[in-house]
Design a protein around this ligand. Structure first.
Ligand code: HEC
Ligand code: HEC
Length: 324
């Protein structure tokens, strides 16, 4: 009996040591990304214009890094707080995030390389690994000149002081998050003539799959459900589920023509500022529709062309289960 206890004791000690070593390894070896590059952003007027287009209508830095007004259609940003952060993002059981202040009041002292690393590789100035809801896996693949343009524009936002609550990640996500950041691998932007490839690039930059491809509780895309919708959001105060945007005929976008698809977005280019009624709020969307509406018709048409090449998935989604 004594020997048995001893053996058990030694085994427990070994397991604890192995866990300790594993923990130490995770803390020391990750996040595994190179040091910030020595780069200098050069904000030419062309870059600032391109950067503003991408920020306001495609990549959504300001959309996420600003508190949104959910009493209005698609939650427009509170413009006077642009970039000051503080918008909450619930991760369900995994924890809670808050977008950070990205105005010069918070990141003005960061080097351009530190900013680029945070946005494209997911490691903050102080070495903290960022949770990939901050879409660095997408941004790391963007064309270098587009990223240069966006970051130049973000640098030009008005400085606003703000206090953002600290994020909270539960075990094991607090450890898993350390392993996610990875060096960016910028890809050239395909020519707009190559509509499908260009559309794929824009779809990725506009983060459509982050909301339209359902994931499991470890954040992995569900197999066979790419762009099939059904992911649930609660930000508006009611449940809203993302639509199926695969080319499935009835349940997806299969029966929309290109002009119909583009017009659906363009209809919100000059959005109404009206405060929604209670019933309308039950059918409000988290999709930044009014921001996307400012994309050019060509860019929206290219996104449509790409989506049409996906495998159709039959998945009927009730988008507004709380609608009356
Ligand atoms: C889908 C929402 C979303 C989008 C879009 C987004 N961010 Fe973020 N960002 C976040 C969240 C949330 C965090 C905090 C993550 C964390 O705490 O782990 C963050 C963190 C950051 C940080 C780190 C700040 C710090 O103090 O550590 C920077 C810099 C940043 N984002 C810049 C950008 C830029 C530039 C863009 C556009 C190219 C952008 N973000 C787009 C949600 C977003
Ligand atoms: C923040 C999450 C989010 C992002 C990002 C997002 N969507 Fe959505 N989308 C939704 C939700 C939720 C719905 C269902 C509610 C609604 O219809 O707006 C939806 C609905 C749709 C619809 C159906 C609209 C209708 O009236 O039938 C289309 C089409 C669509 N999204 C396309 C896109 C495309 C293309 C992109 C990228 C440019 C995109 N979405 C990005 C969340 C998102």
């Amino acid at each position: 009996m004594k020997t048995l206890l001893k053996i058990v004791g030694v085994l427990v000690a070994l397991v604890v040591m192995a866990a300790g070593a594993g923990f130490g390894y995770l803390m020391l070896a990750f996040p595994k990304v190179p040091p910030p590059a020595v780069v200098t952003l050069e904000p030419t007027p062309e870059r600032l214009a391109r950067g503003q287009y991408l920020n306001d209508h495609v990549v959504g830095c300001s959309t996420c890094h600003t508190q949104r007004d959910w009493t209005r259609f698609s939650g427009p940003i509170k413009k006077e707080l642009e970039g000051a952060g503080g918008e909450p993002f619930s991760l369900g059981g995994a924890g809670m995030l808050y977008s950070k202040n990205i105005t010069p009041a918070a990141i003005g002292s960061w080097t351009d390389g530190e900013l680029q690393r945070a946005v494209t590789a997911g490691v903050s100035q102080d070495g903290t690994p960022l949770f990939p809801l901050m879409p660095y896996p997408h941004f790391g693949e963007m064309a270098a000149d587009d990223m240069h343009a966006v970051l130049s524009y973000v640098r030009s936002l008005r400085a606003i002081e703000s206090q953002v609550p600290a994020r909270h990640l539960n075990f094991p996500m607090n450890l898993i998050v350390r392993t996610i950041p990875a060096a960016g691998a910028p890809q050239p932007r395909p020519s707009a003539q190559n509509k499908v490839a260009y559309g794929k690039y824009m779809t990725s930059a506009a983060l459509c799959d982050d909301c339209h491809t359902p994931i499991d509780d470890r954040g992995q895309p569900l197999p066979g459900q790419t762009f099939a919708g059904g992911m649930e959001f609660l930000e508006t105060g009611y449940r809203v589920r993302s639509a199926n945007i695969t080319p499935a005929a009835d349940t997806g976008i299969g029966s929309s023509t290109e002009p119909q698809f583009v017009d659906k977005f363009k209809a919100f280019e000059t959005p109404s500022d009206a405060v929604l009624s209670e019933n309308e709020r039950r059918q409000n969307t988290v999709m930044p529709m009014t921001a996307y509406a400012g994309m050019t018709r060509e860019d929206l048409a290219a996104i449509y062309a790409y989506l049409r090449t996906l495998t159709p998935v039959v998945n009927r989604v009730t988008r507004f289960p709380d609608a009356k």
